[in-house]
Design a protein around this ligand. Sequence first.
Ligand code: KG4
Ligand code: ZN
Length: 353
Amino acid sequence: MIIIGFESSCDETGVALVDTQRGLLAHALHSQIAMHREYGGVVPELASRDHIRRVLPLTREVLQSAGVAMDDIGAVAYTAGPGLAGALLVGASVAQSFAWARGLPAIPIHHLEGHLLSPLLAEPRPDFPFIALLVSGGHTQLMRVDGVGAYALLGETLDDAAGEAFDKSAKLMGLGYPGGPALSALARNGDPQRYALPRPMLHSRDLDFSFSGLKTAVLTRIKAAEKDGGLTEPDRTDLAAATEAAIVDVLAAKSIKAMKQTGLKRLVVAGGVGANRLLRERLVSTMEKLGGEVFFPPLEFCTDNGAMIAFAAACRVNAGLVDLSASGHAFTVKPRWDLHDVCRPAEKAVAQP
Ligand code: KG4
Ligand code: ZN
């Protein structure tokens, strides 16, 4: 069965076609980064309007590039949450209207499930079970993934997400939006040891994270530099390197701890921060030493995209978790949505905190 999937939870409009047997057929993406840049962050109302402008041209694009006709499509998937309410409503209403007009089932998908399963879009595919490090602008979580719909939360951030720590520190340093890639590019030439920044909760026994203290530490360094005429270019480069190193140290250490605690040997990294070069290098070299394996989605599937949504729907269909005979098209979006709500009933019982 061919599934068309729509992603519009934040600042990327994504549309994709996935065949439940053959995998990804085509995907198209429009990033709003350039539009939001001048405001220094995502403006929800502008995001919603832009999703409206982009979604149908992108839909035509994927149908054409895959050579798929409307009649070939068997189900329609969309991100139902979590995310920005207005932005989610665009993808959800387009998907539900599409499904209603063609008499097809509509499949609401949890955005984080899309990220969690996205490494399975690449070869080699990790086998279940694995540990997933989910690191995006809104989330930092370590999950145990035993199969489709079988997710258990092992630890999460108590305050800022890792992506937020990148973005907020970058903003303090006067770097553009989104801060993560900009900070990381600058850090390449810096000395990570010149500024000593904290590694919050690095040695705590649990698998939780805390990143809000890091931006305060960065701010303190900037304020100190201002007394001496402000950050010079080399200062900024070294501070970027120190910030990136602090975030990566904590993410890598907690991921390894999760693997040791569960005895699992496979780690999957998903979400926008998974594009970070230092994090990738660190995890690859650590796994070589530990005899474990680390998997990353292809870079284009690390940040938000439609492929992961259509693919998550295909995984749920193949796992028998979707009632394809359901007909109603009344719908709601869930700006806040617990991932445990999409777990299989048996998993829900054990996974509930
Ligand atoms: O998964 P994503 O595209 O959107 C959310 O669902 O949040 O993640 C976006 C986050 C942003 O905070 C961005 O700064 C961060 O991922 N990011 C990076 C890199 N590329 C994206 N952070 C560090 N290094 C990168 N190369
Ligand atoms: Zn995301």
